[in-house]
Ligand binder design. Structure first.
Ligand code: PMP
Length: 362
């Protein structure tokens, strides 16, 4: 409606309007329970029905096989940077990282405390604008896993197909492209994602893990960082982020109602193509540094040829209710995050603004 902006933030990010309205309608008295979801016991039948439905709907969306556990955790994706090696490795175990941006680099650095990771490819010298061809890479012979960041939120670099590691399992940070397209979960040992980009508010971290990987945590692992504890207790070992899980559940319902992830991917491709083609057809006025084959459907970074106009671009865009377009402080320029919930109309309005801005400033 008129008082809402088009929010291009990278996360926390835009949520579907109908989901927000549904949450608003249910806020004061959830389905006749006489209380808000925020006030419910996490062990009561009402909340149990909420978390079970959220899990069932996520399983349906991603077609998650039975031999995978779904966990709703806290601590953000950042906590997973430590939790994964703590659970999947002994301190001397080798692990491989393909680093295609800052988040993969952060995950690598944190894992150094708990195992012996090695970067087998890094895009850093090319300013993180590429995805390597995996077949040419040499993996460590006894690597426990290969870690990738499926979509680098800051650099806008996204894997289009997933490598099959020769040794160990594939582990992926899907924080910023979770539920944006169908994924063959059986190719992965573990998938993790913070909710606050595509599927809900911050405070919920989703882990999808093959069950036979659970139960091998290092001895000093705190209970809260042990997948076994959470899996055995169906994510209810301690008080979970109840309201956040409820919101994720509403988003999953909405994604299913839209026709599931094949349909979501189709919409996301349409939006991304519109924006990238506006950039590419601007005669160099706008530029996207990312190699075409690796361009993210979710986060679109771009710069202005006349970089001194960038602040003006962001200011004028905000006046048009196109907000949060500033690039990450580490890379500068602009970034439009166009997650599932960004309507086509938002991207159309941004593209029209870009053309108008160019006409006035070229
Ligand atoms: N991985 C990726 C790809 C991210 O985009 C982010 C957050 N922007 C993180 C990890 C860190 O997530 P959190 O803030 O939930 O710890």
């Amino acid at each position: 409606s008129e008082d809402r902006v088009f929010n291009f933030a990278a996360g926390p990010a835009i949520l579907p309007a109908n989901v927000l309205k549904k949450a608003q309608a249910e806020l004061y008295n959830w389905r006749g329970s006489g209380m808000s979801v925020m006030e419910m016991s996490h062990r009561g039948k009402e909340f149990l029905s909420i978390i079970q439905k959220a899990e069932a709907d996520l399983r349906a969306l991603l077609n998650i096989p039975e031999d995978y556990a779904v966990l709703f955790l806290q601590g953000g994706a950042t906590t997973q940077f430590a939790m994964i090696p703590l659970n999947l490795c002994k301190p001397d175990d080798p692990v491989d990282f393909v680093v295609t941006g800052s988040w993969g680099d952060k995950a690598f650095k944190e894992s150094q405390k708990f195992c012996k990771p090695k970067v087998i490819w890094s895009g850093k010298s090319e300013k993180y604008t590429k995805i390597p061809s995996f077949d040419a890479l040499e993996q460590s012979p006894d690597a426990k896993y290969l870690h990738i960041c499926a979509n680098e939120t800051i650099h806008g670099v996204e894997f289009k197909d997933y490598p099959t590691p020769k040794n160990g399992i594939l582990v992926a940070d899907m924080s910023s492209n979770f539920c944006s397209k169908p994924v063959d979960v059986s190719k992965f040992g573990l998938i993790y994602a913070g909710a606050q980009k595509n599927v809900g508010p911050s405070g919920v971290t989703i882990v999808i893990i093959k069950k036979d990987l659970i139960g091998n945590a290092q001895e000093t692992t705190p209970v809260m960082l042990d997948y076994k504890i959470h899996a055995e207790n169906n994510s209810l070992y301690n008080t979970p982020p109840c309201f956040g899980i409820y919101m994720c559940g509403l988003v999953f319902e909405d994604l299913l109602a839209q026709g599931g992830l094949t349909e979501i991917e189709r919409k996301n491709k349409k939006k991304a193509e519109l924006l990238y083609s506006a950039i590419d057809k601007s005669n160099g006025f706008y530029r996207c540094p990312v190699e075409k084959s690796a361009r993210s459907l979710m986060n679109v970074p771009f710069t202005l040829e006349k970089s001194d106009l960038e602040a003006e671009f962001i200011k004028e865009a905000a006046k048009e209710k196109l907000v949060q377009l500033k690039g990450h402080r580490s890379v500068g320029g602009m970034r439009a995050s166009i997650y599932n919930a960004m309507p086509l109309a938002g991207v159309e309005k941004l593209v029209a603004f870009m053309k108008n801005f160019q006409a006035r400033h070229a």
